[in-house]
Design a protein around this ligand. Sequence first.
Ligand code: FES
Ligand code: FES
Length: 161
Amino acid sequence: MSLSISLTINRQSRTVTLDDPRVTLLDLLREHLYLTGTKKGCDRGQCGACTVLVDGRRINSCLSLAASLDGAEITTIEGLAVGEALHPVQAAFIACDGFQCGYCTPGQIMSAVGLIAEGRAGSDPERIRELMSGNLCRCGAYQGITEAVLEAQKTMTAEKG
Ligand code: FES
Ligand code: FES
């Protein structure tokens, strides 16, 4: 039984037909919409590589059924930059060496964007590590990742004035 749902993905309205109602948001993004920036690590909610924003909140897209998201607004890593201008979190990951192989990076960045929007990142690196603990990095780039979150938060606060 196929099912149609409407989503806003990276500011664009999309209507998609799901041939299988059990398809996850992660598989919808990667395999049907070819938005492969969102990575599949464990496919069971343990690594955070698949983190995207749904209605502004960070979630593991491998655990979320696309069929349950009719009407939702999804932001993936592809939707952060505006034209040539990187999102402040993307820029901070580059400036602070917040990655090595890069596989976990889209998930880390989306999680950081969500965390900063939650307004509870604060300035304590340990606390940021805790609040980002759902995003694993096999390369161990945690110090750079934490610095990037702090740096991006500062930039975004300054931009807000
Ligand atoms: Fe979703 Fe690992 S792929 S949490
Ligand atoms: Fe390699 Fe995080 S940068 S897994």
